[in-house]
Design a protein around this ligand. Structure first.
Ligand code: HXC
Length: 515
């Protein structure tokens, strides 16, 4: 009989915890086009099955009316489950309870599963939907955030950490997602900013909406804070499940390898991509699609710094990271944003043993005061540093231009690339032939009877010498000049032979990337 009573008590507690902030608040969540925390977790985990930890935790504060309303779980659901058969830890903030605000108990619950995820080498996903630090609880709320930031940093590079922003995320709260590896946002219902529109108005007199200041589009296109922008929550959750499929469980796990039966790997369509004129653009994604396993390219940071394309993909079933200049946008030039975007992606892949494929068609760094004043020197150095320190297998294919410092930066042999290929269309030189001729034949051009035609002649002379891959190949800077159609088969073999690559780095505490 006692048993029956205790089971009934348990049942009623579970019921209470499952109902969050109550029917009315759940409806208001749905009215905003948002799912509840539990609905989100059900979508995330296989068959909606999720093991909850800390369901009965409540806050202990009695200030400002908190003694009158205690909610089981304290506004965050934490636990674990399987995503496509793999163990994943997750937390989901419940906006229906005290606005999902974070205080002592709420933070402790998140920290507990972060610790479990780290100790057991399992990825963690945070589903963020919160009014920020719980105002009633004061400094313990701030401390709770810092406890999380500390753990985010400790876990960085050890387990993949993913953040979905599914509602407000303001003030210092933004720094936990910012410390994680990938951030996703939902258009129209999520926003992130350090200071909201009201403070902005007071301080800078700017009139700006929440959406313009820190909505999904803003962060996907302008700041690059979010890597993904989704039209609704189900697409966001499905997108993150796909992202996980490319990632290992932790930094010591091998990179994922799907079964693959080798077929005819020659891709004739690759021979038709490079335009006859080197001034003309083309879409580097066509090269990527031509090389990788079909439907396997998963683009990251798609709308940010479009002159650089990065993403995960598979080649013969092996998960790889692709970094490519995009001639379709700003001629594929390296600028501040593209350098930061590339560097961050390279470092993620290196931390998690994901081999790198670089597709290079870069006319150089973007000139101008805007670039210089915004730090192209340090930003370009970030990309250079990221490639140089990466110890994963690294392969470059030069499809067309490899000019100036950008040649060095984009995973050249000189900075440790393992295998470099060039297409016959490659142009590897200090600068374009026109500019080069203008400088080194300055006197001959100006003293000639027909400077224009002399310039043209000298340009051709320079191009003949350098606007090809053979000078670089003769020095061994390029391992092989290959027909584009053979690129896939070459890469499959190259990634195979590099599979067991080991690099011993010098002993040090850590390097000092020019942040
Ligand atoms: C306590 C909070 C809360 C908070 C919301 N609520 N935010 N309770 N602490 N930070 C409560 C509300 O009182 C309300 O409770 C319920 O959550 C829903 O909030 P609404 O305002 O009704 O919802 P909505 O209109 O959708 O507006 C959402 C909101 C707004 C924009 C997030 O609530 C808001 O501006 N909240 C305060 C945001 C903020 O300034 N947070 C501190 C940021 S500083 P009832 O019971 O009435 O339903 C920060 C520092 C972190 O976070 C530092 C880390 C280093």
């Amino acid at each position: 009989m006692a048993n029956k009573k205790s089971f009934e008590k348990l049942e009623s507690l579970r019921k209470e915890a499952n109902q969050g902030g109550g029917e009315k608040r759940i409806k208001s969540q749905h009215d905003k086009g948002k799912l509840t925390a539990r609905e989100r977790l059900e979508l995330l985990f296989d068959n909606g099955i999720f093991e909850e930890i800390g369901q009965l935790v409540t806050h202990q504060s009695t200030l400002f009316g908190l003694d009158k309303k205690r909610f089981l779980g304290d506004g965050v659901i934490t636990g674990f489950g399987k995503v496509d058969g793999r163990l994943i830890y997750a937390y989901a903030q419940d906006f229906t309870i005290l606005g999902g605000s974070l205080a002592e108990a709420h933070a402790k619950k998140i920290c507990r599963i972060m610790d479990l995820a780290l100790q057991n080498g399992v990825p963690i996903i945070g589903l963020n939907d919160s009014g920020g630090a719980r105002i009633q609880e004061g400094v313990v709320s701030l401390g709770g955030y810092a406890d999380i930031f500390f753990r985010n940093t400790k876990a960085s590079g050890v387990i993949p950490q993913l953040s979905l922003i599914l509602g407000p995320c303001a003030g210092g709260a933004v720094y936990s997602p910012a410390l994680t590896d990938f951030v996703g946002m939902v258009e129209g219902s999520s926003y992130m900013f350090v200071t909201g529109p009201n403070v902005v108005k007071t301080v800078t007199h700017e009139d700006v909406s929440s959406e313009d200041l820190g909505g999904a589009q803003t962060h996907a296109v302008k700041s690059g804070v979010t890597h993904f922008s989704y039209k609704d929550e189900p697409s966001a959750i499905i997108g993150f499940k796909k992202l996980l499929s490319y990632l290992p469980q932790n930094c010591e796990d091998p990179v994922s390898l799907l079964d693959y039966d080798s077929i005819n790997e020659i891709r004739p369509e690759l021979n038709r991509i490079i335009p006859s004129s080197s001034e003309k653009s083309y879409d580097i994604r066509d090269v990527i699609f031509g090389i990788v396993d079909s439907d396997s390219f998963f683009e990251v940071h798609k709308d940010f710094a479009e002159n650089m394309v990065v993403g995960f993909s598979r080649i013969a079933g092996r998960s790889i990271g692709v970094i490519a200049n995009q001639p379709l946008h700003l001629a594929g030039v390296l600028d501040n944003h593209a350098s930061r975007k590339g560097a961050r992606f390279v470092r993620f892949c290196d931390a998690f043993n994901i081999p790198l494929l670089v597709l290079e068609d870069v006319p150089g760094f973007l000139p101008g005061t805007d670039q210089e004043w915004n730090g192209i020197i340090s930003n370009g150095a970030k990309l250079l540093y990221a490639f140089s320190e990466a110890t994963v297998p690294r392969i470059t294919v030069i499809t067309r231009k490899a000019y100036g410092g950008a040649y060095d930066v984009m995973n050249s042999k000189h900075i440790g690339a393992d295998m470099n290929y060039a297409w016959p269309s490659a142009e590897i030189a200090v600068m374009g032939s026109k500019g080069a001729a203008e400088i080194i034949f300055k006197n001959e051009i100006s003293n000639s009877k027909d400077p224009q035609s002399t310039w043209l002649d000298k340009e051709k002379e320079y191009a003949l010498e350098f606007a090809n891959p053979y000078k670089a190949a003769s020095r061994g800077f390029v391992d092989e000049v290959i027909e584009p159609s053979a690129t896939r088969i070459k890469l499959i073999k190259a990634f195979d032979i590099l599979e067991n690559k080991v690099i011993d780095s010098p002993k040090r505490k850590h390097g000092n990337i020019p942040l």
